[in-house]
Design a protein around this ligand. Sequence first.
Ligand code: FAD
Ligand code: EPU
Length: 338
Amino acid sequence: MEIRENYSLKKLNTFGIDASAEYYTEVFSVADLQELLSEKKFESIPNLILGGGSNILFTKNFAGLVIKNNLNGISLIKEDANYFYVKAQSGEVWHNFVMYCIANNYAGVENLSLIPGNVGASPMQNIGAYGVEIKDVFYELEALNIKKNTVETFNYSNCKFGYRESVFKSELKNKYIILSVSFKLYKTPIFNTSYGAIEKELEAMKVSDISIAAISKAVCNIRNSKLPNPTEIGNAGSFFKNPEIEKGQYILLKEKYPALVAYLLENKNYKLAAGWLIEQCGWKGKKVGDAGVHKNQALVLVNYGKAKGDEIYALSQQILDSVKEKFGIALEREVNII
Ligand code: FAD
Ligand code: EPU
């Protein structure tokens, strides 16, 4: 394994932040990873496993070892009357995995088409879009216990999935490296078009026979029209989570701001569109140096070129403060801050 020193991470994070890693290497197998972590030199310094770098903001250089995950492979591990059980190695590109499922008629991940990044980070964030979250199709995962250097299996309940949350982002943060993820995919698709935008797009596409391929195409079209492409403008998708509030607070806010955008949740709380809150505070399209708020989607912070990670972070703090002041709501960052 080649170990590089003071390695630039600029091309390895979708914000395009010019941070460097004290040490950098790439792994292609679990054995590589285990060998690396057992080296004395790397035992006592921090390490960071990197997938597609699409949900990370480097606010400084990384004083430690950055490991780029290149563990690849997808296989059908078993099937029963209703499901295919498909295992993907964590270095697989998420969208390629989705395309593989669609080509093989494995249903359930089509609404998650075109989410950037790798399979390994998908349970970490419990990625979600257009009415589906990864927890809905999750079966189990294998992860390396960094301290013990042993492989462990996590089932659904061990992962403690929540909205853009899992145990790997909270209690077990930085303690495990996800090696592979297995999914439970439907043999007979259950089409999820609950998001109005999908229905509309299918109509515009003149789809008469709905299929998982058609839903995937519709989702790709919507995403391409809404979200900035990181190859053109640096970003990491939604920078903040959509906040959840109780009914009482919702009623008071709705009285004061009739245009408030909110969705009723199963637990009777309301989820607010953080993009709307941020736009109402006047941030949409604003630029502070090269850091900015996207002109079409206020929830997405962008790097117009040479912004530093700490500048984007400082902008996010200003946004947090103004949303708190105007609406009394504390936004939470969704992107992993390093
Ligand atoms: P990275 O950014 O490389 O890593 C993110 C974090 O996970 C880091 O802390 C990293 O150390 C950790 N990590 C990565 N791999 C592993 C592993 N194998 N084991 C343990 N920890 C690991 N997200 C959504 O949920 N829905 C969306 O609709 C969505 N849209 C997006 C649109 C755009 C344009 C962009 C840029 C991002 C979007 N995202 C979205 C966010 C992002 O795509 C997801 O969070 C994705 O899962 C990140 O994957 P990654 O491999 O790039 O993770
Ligand atoms: N809105 C505004 N102004 C804005 C942006 C949004 O008023 O500038 C309002 C609009 O009313 C709009 C509503 O907010 O209808 C919702 O916006 P959108 O459909 O773009 O979705 P979102 O809530 O901003 C969430 C996820 C996305 C995911 C989409 C689709 C979070 C934090 N974000 O965005 O995930 O793709 O829904 O399901 O939950 C990500 O996690 O990185 C991400 C992009």
